[in-house]
Design a protein around this ligand. Structure first.
Ligand SMILES: Cc1cc2nc3c(=O)[nH]c(=O)nc-3n(C[C@H](O)[C@H](O)[C@H](O)COP(=O)(O)OP(=O)(O)OC[C@H]3O[C@@H](n4cnc5c(N)ncnc54)[C@H](O)[C@@H]3O)c2cc1C
Length: 473
């Protein structure tokens, strides 16, 4: 739409990652009368999400699946007609490994990051020493904490002891956030564990109570797919389905956002664009820049959310070139092992169809809070490091037949201690600016479903305000 002052839309969504796309799509569903433009600085929509097909391999650039015990991603896929494209992880190989002294040891069955639901596997595991296991078992009788925020590392050590933290919990948590659990907030990143402690006095007791309540045949909302689901054609299917339904302008970087009467004026690559409402759905650094002149305090708080960088090296091998049976979904590496990689994901074991017949695809994660400098190494070095680590850990022989490198700089926000208070203040301050909303992976969760939720909720607030304004007119 164009008026005498230039182009105008009802709603401008800044950032075309999954958060922004979900916001625009929700507006189309609930307020189809509004004109909505998604402005994406990069050459394509999707943000970090993207899938590449090469030589018979299907390679995910970042996320390859999403958690199914919350509804937002599954629901959106179904509304987009992708219900029959959802795929489950292979039920026969749903286990992972942790590296101990250079070997892959299975993570004890029933362990949910730090909460063990089965005693037998914890007793039998070779990952922990006997004193380490005894200290872990003591968790049942330890007094509960006062429920205040603390780092994930301090919480885990307090409940389960140093060895269980160093050898098991740190690599599992670190693998999820590519972060340092010494800094991550238990309340913001994993509130469920704090709630278990507060309610049951012990995570072990809480898991057993949950097991009894559910019974052996209980099925959670995600049971059909296992805890994680993917898409047959990769995460790009989700992005493409959204892009088909909303208006996205790629290569449209928003440089400025300013008040214009009771609406907004955006400067998009030097050109003005007017909007009645704006949803900022960029990473925190860009969001802080856009909000700086509108609310310096909110911008400062957003800018204070750190993010880690990582690289993923996806390597394809002929199956017979790898000695390890690859009888699981992958492995995580404790900091204590002092290796150059954070984790490895056996992509073609996890999901069928990710590698050609007779070959396997393994994604190797590097960088993160502890080794950020690796992200700046050149592709050849990253491939060399990843393949030599797989040679040592899995017995991978010779050159990989496929190597794809993806780099994600500042892409993973870190929910550090105090994050929830920070977010609450940001939310209050943004709510006081009429016609402005924020969404993104730095608010209520980094996973794809939580980004969708944040985007859809921002859209609902915009639609509600517009409806209220129309009602008053
Ligand atoms: C390596 C990696 C692996 C992951 N694995 C998983 C997983 O397995 N499962 C899972 O659920 N989650 C996973 N995640 C997390 C999840 O994928 C992300 O948190 C989520 O996709 C982020 O979406 P977003 O839209 O909030 O941000 P982004 O994807 O970062 O999108 C933000 C967009 O804003 C654009 N932008 C920035 N500034 C401007 C501007 N000024 N004007 C216009 N546009 C701008 C950017 O170009 C970008 O496209 C992973 C993340 C990473 C990095």
């Amino acid at each position: 739409m164009r008026d005498e002052t230039g182009e105008s839309v009802d709603v401008a969504v800044i950032g075309g990652g999954i958060s922004g796309l979900a916001a625009a799509h929700r507006l189309r569903e609930i307020a189809p009368e509004l004109s909505v433009a998604v402005l994406e600085a990069g050459p394509r929509a999707g943000g970090v999400l993207g899938t590449t097909r090469r030589d018979g391999y299907l390679v995910e650039g970042s996320a390859d699946s999403f958690i199914t015990n919350v509804p937002w991603a599954i629901d959106l896929c179904r509304r987009l007609g992708l219900g029959d494209r959802l795929i489950a992880t292979d039920p026969d190989r749903r286990r992972s490994f942790v590296v101990r002294k250079g070997s892959l040891e299975p993570i004890p069955d029933g362990l949910v990051i730090m909460a063990p639901s089965k005693i037998g596997p914890m007793v039998r595991t070779r990952i922990l020493s006997i004193p380490g296991k005894l200290r872990l078992a003591l968790e049942r009788v330890l007094p509960r904490g006062d429920g205040s925020d603390e780092s994930l590392a301090s919480f885990a050590r307090r409940r389960f002891g140093r060895e269980a933290y160093d050898r098991l919990i740190q690599p599992l948590v670190g693998g999820m956030y590519t972060g340092d659990p010494e800094r991550l907030s238990v309340k913001a990143a994993m509130p469920r564990f704090l709630e278990m402690e507060q309610k049951h006095g012990s995570l072990i007791k809480a898991m057993r109570a949950a097991g009894r309540a559910e019974g052996p045949k209980a099925e959670g909302s995600g049971a059909r797919y296992g805890l994680f689901a993917g898409l047959e054609g990769g995460m790009s299917e989700l992005v493409e389905a959204l892009v088909d339904r909303v208006s996205v302008r790629a290569g449209a970087k928003v440089d400025r956002l300013e008040r214009d009467g009771d609406g907004w004026r955006l400067i998009v690559d030097g050109e003005p664009l007017s909007a009645r409402s704006v949803i900022v759905a960029t990473p925190p650094k860009a969001a802080a820049g856009l909000l700086r002149d509108l609310d310096g305090e909110a911008a400062g708080l957003i800018a204070g959310i750190p993010s880690t960088s990582s690289a993923i090296v996806s390597l394809g091998y002929r199956r017979d070139r790898i000695d390890h049976p690859l009888d699981g979904f992958g492995f995580v590496v404790p900091f204590a092992e002092d290796r150059k990689i954070l984790s490895g994901s056996f992509s073609s074991v996890k999901f069928a169809g990710r590698a050609p017949e007779g070959s396997v695809l393994i994604r190797v994660f590097m960088g993160g809070a502890k080794r950020p400098e690796l992200v700046d190494a050149d592709d050849a070095d990253l491939v060399r490091i990843a393949s030599s680590e797989l040679a040592s850990l899995l017995g991978a022989r010779g050159e990989p037949e496929l190597a794809v490198v993806s780099r994600w700089r500042g892409a993973m926000p870190q929910y550090e201690v105090g994050h929830l208070d920070r977010i609450a203040t940001i939310a209050d301050r943004v709510a006081a600016i009429p016609g402005l909303e924020v969404a993104g992976n730095w608010l209520g969760g980094v996973g794809v479903p939580m980004c969708i939720k944040a985007g859809e909720e921002a859209a609902a607030r915009v639609a509600a305000r517009r409806a209220a304004a129309a009602g008053m007119a």
